[in-house]
Design a protein around this ligand. Structure first.
Ligand code: ADP
Length: 242
């Protein structure tokens, strides 16, 4: 991935196993967000390829990626404050659903079926993410940790096979990070999905990930179990800046 003359990502290659949690780490500017944006189709990489279940994602429109089963959250929680938790989740079903914007706008049968499926999944997700008590309350003014859970629920309602989480622990306090760790394990076990996690909270990444990939200057410097990556001299050097 190039921006003008800058190679933001070059020669980064790794695989995420089915049902695994893969943590993506690296100092600021190492290319984590760029990689996420390439995988979810926001950026178009100039070389290389990204495969999902053997199929190339290069050049696919974003709604097709959602249809294949790739969901994501964003660093800055963008919920609709005046809408209830329940309705915010259903918005996720439209945005991450199986059809494009045009089909939704035209109210074709596909989107209606998606909405019905999403409504069917609501009770399970409300329970799993401990949101049932606030399901019919407006999201505005809710504690940050609750909003993060709504955002997770909104991503999950699209039934992703791969969930891209962009700094889910950002802004959370210690207790909320522990709660997030519990939720990530629960989600993975419950839905049999894979998670790619960009996260600065190193303890969380190391505890929750099956695999950790470390980037620096747009290149992969380590890839392995948390124990392996934590002890990798290149990673220690990158973080300590030696
Ligand atoms: P990280 O998420 O690891 O902090 P980024 O992916 O944001 O890193 O940035 C990787 C590199 O790509 C940086 O050098 C950054 O300046 C550059 N970059 C990212 N996005 C853009 C953009 N839209 N235009 C130009 N350069 C960019």
């Amino acid at each position: 991935m190039r921006f003008g003359g800058i190679i933001a990502l070059g020669g980064v290659s790794f695989a995420v196993g089915r049902g695994q949690i893969c943590g993506l780490i690296g100092p600021n500017g190492s290319g984590k967000t760029t990689l996420f944006n390439c995988i979810s189709g926001i950026y178009r990489h100039s070389r290389g390829d990204i495969l999902f279940e053997g199929q190339s994602l290069s050049g696919l429109p974003r709604h097709r990626m959602a249809a294949l089963g790739i969901g994501r959250t964003f660093q800055n929680v963008a919920l609709f404050d005046s809408m209830t938790v329940r309705d915010n989740m259903l918005v996720g079903a439209h945005h991450l659903g199986r059809s494009g914007f045009a089909a939704n706008a035209l109210r074709l049968p596909g989107p209606r079926r998606e909405e019905a499926q999403a409504r069917g999944k609501l009770p399970e997700l409300l329970d799993l993410l401990d949101l049932r008590a606030v399901a019919d309350m407006a999201v505005g003014g809710m504690p940050f940790g609750t909003r993060k859970r709504v955002e997770l629920a909104r991503a999950l309602i699209g039934a992703p096979k791969l969930l891209l989480l962009d700094e889910p622990a950002g802004g959370l306090n210690h207790g909320e990070v522990e709660e997030l760790e519990r939720l990530l394990r629960l989600i993975r076990a419950h839905f049999d999905l894979s998670i790619l996690l960009v996260e600065h909270h190193m303890n969380l990444v190391m505890r929750v990930s099956d695999q950790v990939v470390a980037l620096e200057f747009g290149m992969k410097i380590a890839d392995g179990t948390p124990g392996q990556v934590r002890n990798e001299p290149e990673v220690i050097r990158a973080y300590l800046g030696e």
